[in-house]
Write a protein that binds this ligand. Sequence first.
Ligand code: NAD
Length: 425
Amino acid sequence: MTGSDEPTKANAEESAVETARRQLERAAAHLDVDEGTVERLRYPKDVYRVTIPVERDDGTTEMFTGYRAHHDSVRGPFKGGLRYHPDVTEDECVGLSMWMTWKCAVMDLPFGGAKGGVVVNPKELSAEEKERLTRRFAEELRPVIGPMKDIPAPDMGTDPQTMAWFMDAYSMQEGQTEPGVVTGKPPVVGGSYGREEAPGRSVGIITREAMKFYGWDPEETTVAVQGFGSVGANAARYLDDLGASIVAVSDVDGAIYDPDGLDTNDVEDHDETPGMVSGYDAPQSLSNEELLTLDVDILIPAAIGNVLTGENARDVNADMIVEGANGPTTSTADQIFEEREIPVIPDILANAGGVTVSYFEWLQDINRRSWRLERVNEELETEMLRAWNAVCEEYENRDVTWRDATYIVALSRIAEAHESRGLWP
Ligand code: NAD
């Protein structure tokens, strides 16, 4: 994700680690998994804390703190984003690294989970300062990252340019160009076509499959999307192309509403022109809070975490929720939706197109062979359908929520890999 104002901890009812552990325990309760394996998964394998000295443009030196959490690598190298945000903490990196373990396993990717970041407000850095910070951070992490060890990617406050600097710094020190050390790079230095659109596209694909599951005709389906950034705009446009009616979208400043459906290609997204959504000439303007309670068939929260809470979950009027953002539903809201029988299709499945195309990027880098956009999108479709079908099977065979079914798929794969590899020594 690039440039979002997502508050990483604000309004959180429980921390990312607590959420990850709770989901682990819920899934374990449905499976015959060795208790020792579950215990191992409650903890990260390693957490690295580094200090990054950066020369500011005025010649002074400032020290920044960076982290990289490695959760579990039983299925392959660690994989996960690097965020630049003032609220980054060690605990948050650990929790989000656990989410990445589950997300990669649900998609059956040969990766484990990692997450990292720097405690910094990137908006207060010049481009040159951000480059110096990134290069030094790459150098500090160099012993523990690498194409076969740990492959970072963009996240909040970082973007393809950040990844290009990171890859360059690592490559310079290794003495050879190593594009596979990070994903989310610009295509000209080994990035994949379709990577930027992938998380939103996967939200679109999973929403399409969920509509099929419930027998809904896209042409008769109304959708509201909170956050018209990379994820929200790509998901909205995908569903618009399918014939669904996208009646409301929003950015940080507010929402626009047209009961007859908006032309999502005419509304500029956050990256194209920030602030253009709320400035768009639509029949009605709404607040973000009003968008969340609109009477629509599908609600896609695709902006920030913790927007569906115990406060507003009873007012939600959607018949289904598909999570585009990471962690938009608090545990209290989740419980309320379960009671109200509103299906919630979870983030670790719906927006997993991002890490899936990151995997494709890594394969392209290792093989030194670039894929055409058509191939990327075809393979993404195949992988999303495989994951959806695996989750559907658990959902239909057990009396569980979509979230539980998704975690059951993830945990059963991770547990099986642990049992097969055993505990060393
Ligand atoms: P983005 O910065 O491109 O867009 C975010 C959008 O949300 C913008 O329209 C912004 O105006 C809006 N927004 C910001 N704060 C808001 C608020 N308080 N209320 C309402 N709207 C607000 O970000 P993105 O890349 O689309 O990411 C969105 C979410 O999806 C995040 O939770 C992110 O972690 C998650 N995600 C992103 C990716 C990715 O690769 N881009 C992958 C998986 C998950």
